[in-house]
Design a protein around this ligand. Sequence first.
Ligand SMILES: Nc1ncnc2c1ncn2[C@@H]1O[C@H](COP(=O)(O)OP(=O)(O)O)[C@@H](O)[C@H]1O
Ligand SMILES: N[C@@H](CCOP(=O)(O)O)C(=O)O
Length: 291
Amino acid sequence: MLTVRAPATSANLGSGFDVFGTALERPADVVRVERAEETTIEMSGAGSEFIPEDPEKNTAGAVAEALDAPARIKIDKGVRPASGLGSSAASAAGAALALNELYDRGLSRSELVPIAAEGEALVSGEAHEDNVAPALLGGFTIAAEDGVTCVDASLPLVVCLPDIVVSTRDARRVVPDTAAVEDVVDTVGRAATLTVGMHRDDPELVGQGMEDRIVTPARAELIDGYDRVREAALEAGATGVTVSGAGPGVIAACYESDRREIAGAMLDAFDDVGVESRAYQTRIGGGATIH
Ligand SMILES: Nc1ncnc2c1ncn2[C@@H]1O[C@H](COP(=O)(O)OP(=O)(O)O)[C@@H](O)[C@H]1O
Ligand SMILES: N[C@@H](CCOP(=O)(O)O)C(=O)O
């Protein structure tokens, strides 16, 4: 079978709601495909018992349909669903790259972004591209109306995933419909700062750019212990902390030398409020790879 490794991703990064995303070096999904008369899906791995194998309800099935590429698809989940780590997107991006290769469709990775986003539309109600873009292209991505821009960054990160489930569909319902002009001005400044920080692999600038007054406060309410975890990470040396994607994952930017301490502090802080969690000491990584 043709095999693709597709990385977890972290979208938004505070100031870039529905626009910014980064590929994470780990964890990742492994997607295997072979040609078939009709699409079937077999799931295994982290949280796979909660993911429908019906191709009409699985993000990989939506991609097979969009590419008109029926296949036997096996997905080994490294990324638990409803995590804020682009779990649904990893499978969609992996399937898009694998089926494009299997059927010789000849599409570029950029051209596969809107196809993989069909999977996101299936599960979250909207074809947001901020997870599938970095899962396919790697690095730090800016998914805008006019297309995706990619920065080849490799900043160290810690992502802490509490044992709480927040579905992206539900977390999109708490996003405010309007924002005050001064908050929009603040967001523009922070988004610009973060983008420069990614170009320079500068944890301080990226950290400053991760602050957000518009979307993140509403999302933080859905995560038990968020404020405590954020404070603990900052005290341990994180340069910025925010909700990863729609949550419940929490992401910290940092220097490599502080990564271990930050991971420990975040785990302890969740533990203090009675929530089990696991931490990934990772960094911005590459896009999906064919094996
Ligand atoms: N291949 C897949 N991988 C992960 N989740 C999937 C997949 N196909 C469908 N889903 C559904 O998508 C939802 C998880 O997606 P989402 O809420 O966006 O979480 P995440 O932030 O982890 O991507 C769950 O309801 C899950 O059952
Ligand atoms: N921009 C989206 C990103 C959702 O990411 P996920 O990893 O939680 O699926 C949003 O914030 O809704």
